[in-house]
Design a binder for this molecule. Structure first.
Ligand code: ADE
Length: 243
């Protein structure tokens, strides 16, 4: 009765007009992040400054750009910001898609890094504070019911039994709330993308997902920042074809 969405591939070579985009050093990197707690350790590590000009994005959106130069790379970190009414981080696929689209248009990055926290499957070997360099990205909650009815949209931290079946059918080791959305837009606009996900909680154990997530969030975000920094060090001075 349900059909799941086809897989979104993690990275594609850029299809630019000259066709030589992957033979010059990577110059502009766009890091897309959903939570302030995930963003701040990286803002500090790369000594980024907040863009106070505000002309990059449309008026009224909460998206925040931090930027700076690190090891000759133009680093742009875009955080989706706080919802102006609810005051909470703009988590999930809607904001991730919009911010990816607007940031790619405005900044023309050579490479995107989507960094964040994720839930892990301990049955697949994921443990809290492990950081995954993602090999494949897919959506798991785009079920299309055959019968007409009310629409319910899921961008969830928890996992229903039905989600679990679909997530495991995607052969996932980790689950998040933005990656496949960023992959979709990066693919639309032919920008290669890397996904780095640090596990704050397991999703297939006995513990409360939300409790474990909140317990580990700050420490795991420090680990995430260290790994993202190692990836950026590796990227520095290289061409896309060398990654
Ligand atoms: N990010 C951190 N933990 C998560 C979970 N359990 N599901 C989705 N995204 C997450």
């Amino acid at each position: 009765e349900w059909s799941s969405q086809p897989e979104v591939t993690a990275a594609h070579p850029p299809k630019n007009a000259a066709g030589d985009g992957d033979r010059r050093p990577i110059s502009t990197v766009l890091i897309i992040i959903a939570m302030q707690t995930e963003a701040l350790p990286l803002v500090n590590k790369f000594h980024l400054s907040e863009d106070i000009d505000g002309s990059l994005f449309p008026k009224g959106v909460p998206w925040v750009r931090y930027h700076g130069i690190y090891k000759e790379l133009h680093i742009n970190l875009v955080w989706t910001g706080k919802d102006s009414i609810l005051g909470v981080d703009s988590i999930g696929t809607i904001s991730a898609s919009l911010v990816s689209y607007a940031s790619i248009q405005a900044l023309k990055p050579d490479l995107i890094i989507n960094a964040g926290t994720a839930g892990g499957f301990k049955a697949k070997g994921a443990c809290v504070a492990d950081v995954y360099l993602v090999s494949n990205v897919a959506f798991h909650d785009r079920r299309i019911p055959i019968h007409v009815g009310k629409l319910s949209t899921g961008d969830s931290l928890d996992m229903s039994p039905q989600d679990e079946v679909l997530i495991l059918a995607n052969d996932a080791v980790v689950k998040d709330m933005e990656g496949a959305a960023v992959a979709y837009v990066a693919d639309l606009l032919s920008v290669p993308a890397i996904f780095i996900k640090a596990v704050t909680n397991t999703v297939d154990g006995q513990k409360s997902i939300a409790e474990e997530f909140l317990q580990n969030l700050i420490a795991v975000c420090t680990t995430l920042a260290q790994t993202v920094s190692q990836v950026v060090d590796f990227i520095s001075g290289k061409c896309l074809s060398e990654l």
